[in-house]
Design a protein around this ligand. Structure first.
Ligand code: FES
Length: 91
C-alpha cells in the first residue's frame, strides 16, 4: 500500500527501514521523504511506522535460539607465545 503519494513511499518501505534499524519517524522521513511534501500522509505514515516498530520488536522479543552458539574454545596449541590469546589460555 502506498502511504505517501508525493514520494511514492509504501508501508513495506517503512517496515523495511524499521527492520534495518530506523528508530525514529524522522529517520524514515530522511530516508524516504515520507510526509515531507504536502503532509497529507503524515498520520498514516506515523501509524505505519509505529506499527512496524511494534511488529519488529515483537519478532525480536520472541526469538529463541534453537541452537545455542557453541562455546569458543582456544586451544593451547593455537595460542603461541606472542599471540594475544596466549595469556588467556595460560591463565
Ligand atoms: S502524500 Fe506524503 S507528503 Fe504528500
Amino acid at each position: 500500500m502506498i502511504v505517501c503519494v508525493c514520494n511514492r513511499v509504501s508501508d513495506r518501505d517503512i517496515h523495511r527501514l524499521v527492520a534495518e534499524g530506523a528508530s525514529t519517524f524522522e529517520e524514515v522521513q530522511m530516508a524516504t521523504g515520507a510526509a515531507t511534501c504536502c503532509g497529507c500522509c503524515e498520520t498514516c505514515a506515523r501509524e505505519t511506522f509505529e506499527d512496524a516498530q511494534h511488529q519488529h520488536h515483537r519478532v525480536h522479543a520472541n526469538w529463541i535460539p534453537i541452537h545455542p552458539a557453541p562455546a569458543v574454545t582456544v586451544h593451547a596449541a593455537v595460542a603461541r607465545e606472542g599471540d594475544p590469546r596466549h595469556d588467556f589460555v595460560m591463565a
